[in-house]
Design a protein around this ligand. Structure first.
Ligand code: IPM
Ligand code: MG
Length: 359
């Protein structure tokens, strides 16, 4: 199989973690005779510095013409005070997701047994956790109308949370279909006791639920969900929620897996899907080879699964990660007593070796 992949390292640790995911894919390619062709392009602050815009036309074109996109991370303090349309977040990543029609962001929250002590949460609480959070990605609070105006006494700032029935149905359908292939439990998270958009969300999801009588549907307020995720995460199978709620809940849920550096993501729904770790550019550790590349390598596994239908190959990456963790290798964020501290590159090397060695 020949696969054209756009590689967008972006900012901060992006340039350190993306090469490790490429290494893993190349190992898979060598082992199974697939050809992964990587073309690198600029995005975020790196693009802004080089060509003056955070999302160059050329980058967007490359993504559209590729079979999948692998992204590192964007943003950093250097660009924080720019006008919003130039900032890496609002000026590159959000429009890229929107332009590619990636309305669904899948974030698996899985605990690897080897990392059970890496989490700050109690063992018995997190053991056996396997949650898939489906975050709506091209609507909601992130994409509604925004305004900032001067008033006689100061300023007024407005963000709008907008959803249409169609947008809710689209993401909810994907969530029901996904739940059907798992433990058949779907929890829809909203704030329907306060927000009108959430009331429409809840009505729409409930209505669609009639088509899925085999899936157990529950509704939960987002504040309660935040609490339940740390109280007893095992109660969840699939969670579907609004864009911002999903952003916040997944950072929180990542601690169940030991570190934000373990949380992969797949953004799907368009012709070309995008794979990126759920974490940010971590400017505080950028350039120090400390970053954990596992979230990005796991995102590459999701790419093999969702974009190329290469299930066996995807599992090879996942198993390689398990073996490397079982052997005790740890980046700083998941380091424990008795662990073998490795840097970003070494972690990538160990994983690539395991991919090649495993039957
Ligand atoms: C994420 C990130 C992004 C988001 C930022 C960088 C815009 O936090 O992918 O979770 O909020 O979507
Ligand atoms: Mg986030």
């Amino acid at each position: 199989m020949i696969c054209k992949i756009a590689s967008l390292p972006g900012d901060g640790i992006g340039a350190e973690i993306v090469p490790e995911a490429i290494k893993a894919l190349q190992a898979v390619g060598r082992k199974y005779g697939h050809e992964f062709i990587f073309t690198e392009a600029l995005i975020g602050g790196a693009a802004l510095d080089a060509v003056g815009v955070p999302l160059p036309e050329e980058t967007l074109r490359l993504c559209r013409e590729s079979d999948a996109v692998l992204l590192g991370a964007i943003g950093g303090p250097k660009w924080d005070n720019l006008p919003v349309h130039l900032r890496p977040e609002a000026g590159s990543l959000l429009p890229l997701r929107k332009e590619l029609g990636l309305y669904a962001n899948l974030r698996p929250v899985v605990l690897y047994d080897a990392l059970i002590d890496a989490s700050t949460l109690k063992k018995e609480v997190i053991q056996g956790t396997d949650i898939l959070v489906i975050r709506e990605l091209t609507g909601g609070l992130y994409f509604g109308e925004k305004k900032r105006e001067q008033t006689p006494t100061g300023q007024i700032a407005v963000d709008t949370l907008v959803y249409t029935t169609e947008e809710i149905t689209r993401i909810a359908r994907l969530a029901f279909e996904t739940a059907r292939k798992r433990k058949k439990k779907l929890c829809s998270v909203d704030k329907a006791n306060v927000l009108e958009s959430s009331r429409l969300w809840r009505e729409t999801v409930t209505e669609l639920g009639r088509e899925y009588p085999d899936v157990e549907l529950t509704h939960m307020y987002v504040d309660n969900c935040a609490m339940q995720l740390v109280r007893w995460p095992k109660q969840f199978d699939v969670i579907v929620t609004e864009n911002t709620f999903g952003d916040i809940l997944t950072d929180q849920a990542s601690m169940i897996s030991g570190s934000l550096g373990m949380l992969a993501s797949a953004s799907i729904g368009g012709k070309v899907a995008l794979y990126e770790p759920s974490h940010g550019s971590a400017p505080d550790i950028a350039g120090q080879k400390k970053a954990n590349p596992i979230a990005t390598i796991l995102s590459a596994a999701l790419m093999l699964r969702y974009s190329f239908n290469l299930e066996k190959e995807a599992q090879d990456i996942e198993k390689a990660i398990v073996r490397v963790l079982d052997k005790g290798y740890r980046t700083a964020d998941i380091m424990q007593e008795g662990g073998i501290l490795v840097n970003t590159e070494e972690m990538g090397d160990r994983i690539a070796e395991e991919i090649l060695e495993a039957k």
